[in-house]
Design a protein around this ligand. Structure first.
Ligand SMILES: [Zn+2]
Length: 246
């Protein structure tokens, strides 16, 4: 009995041992699996982490490259815009300069033209005034002289001064009178001509007759010959006009 009990105990202990051993082996296996699982997880995580870091690195590098290129592009565009603006400014300045020079040239030209024109007009006005003055004066003088002739020629016997026409300057460069040396009148034939140019044929006939040298034959002796020669000059010019008158 004791043996059986012992055997039984022994077997029980053996079974218990075996159970303990199996449990222990099981624990060991489980422990190993946990460890392997742990390592697997760790490796996965590590790999993930590495990949993530690599991708992140790549992304950062790409962004940095993009940023650098964008900055360079913007810088280039800014420089181009600046150059363009400078070119436009230069062109505008050059254009303004050209326009200003052109404006000044035109103003200068217009001023010179105006001054030339004013000079010409002034000169023309002076000439006109001088002509009008001398013309008017001459006409007045000749009219006054003719107006006084009736009285001057009313009494030859008492004549103390020959009623000579005013000694106006001759305006004809080819005056036929200039070569004559025996003229005593200071006025040339042109002046006599002018004094009677408006007279009609009858008036010319009357004038011619009263300047006939014979009318002066009764002048005071001291002047007679001189007055007759002067009258002769008058007579010849007026006779000429009379013969040409229609
Ligand atoms: Zn003359």
């Amino acid at each position: 009995m004791a043996f059986e009990t012992s055997l039984h105990k022994l077997e029980a202990a053996k079974t218990e041992d075996s159970r303990v051993r199996e449990r222990w082996l099981e624990d060991l296996r489980a422990e190993r699996e946990r460890e392997e699982e742990h390592w697997r997880l760790w490796r996965n995580e590590h790999a993930l982490r590495n990949r993530f870091a690599a991708e992140r690195q790549e992304k950062l590098a790409w962004e940095a490259r993009e940023l650098t290129e964008r900055l360079a592009r913007e810088q280039r565009e800014r420089m181009e815009r600046l150059a363009e603006a400078r070119r436009e400014l230069d062109e505008r300045r050059a254009k303004e300069q050209r326009e200003m020079e052109e404006r000044e040239r035109r103003q200068r030209s217009a001023r010179q033209q105006r001054e030339r024109q004013e000079g010409l007009e002034r000169e023309a006005l002076l000439q006109r005034q001088a002509r009008a003055r001398s013309g008017t004066t001459a006409t007045h003088l000749l009219a006054a002289w003719r107006g006084g002739l009736d009285a001057a020629l009313s009494n030859h016997a008492k004549m103390q001064a020959f009623p000579a026409p005013p000694a106006l300057p001759c305006t004809r460069p080819d005056c036929p009178d200039r070569s004559e040396t025996d003229h005593l009148l200071q006025a040339c034939d042109c002046v006599i001509h002018r004094a009677f140019q408006d007279a009609g044929k009858e008036a010319l006939k009357r004038e011619r007759n009263r300047w006939h040298p014979d009318k002066f034959a009764i002048c005071p002796h001291a002047h007679r010959e001189e007055y007759q020669r002067m009258a002769n000059q008058m007579f010849k010019v007026i006779n000429d006009l009379y013969e040409k008158a229609t």
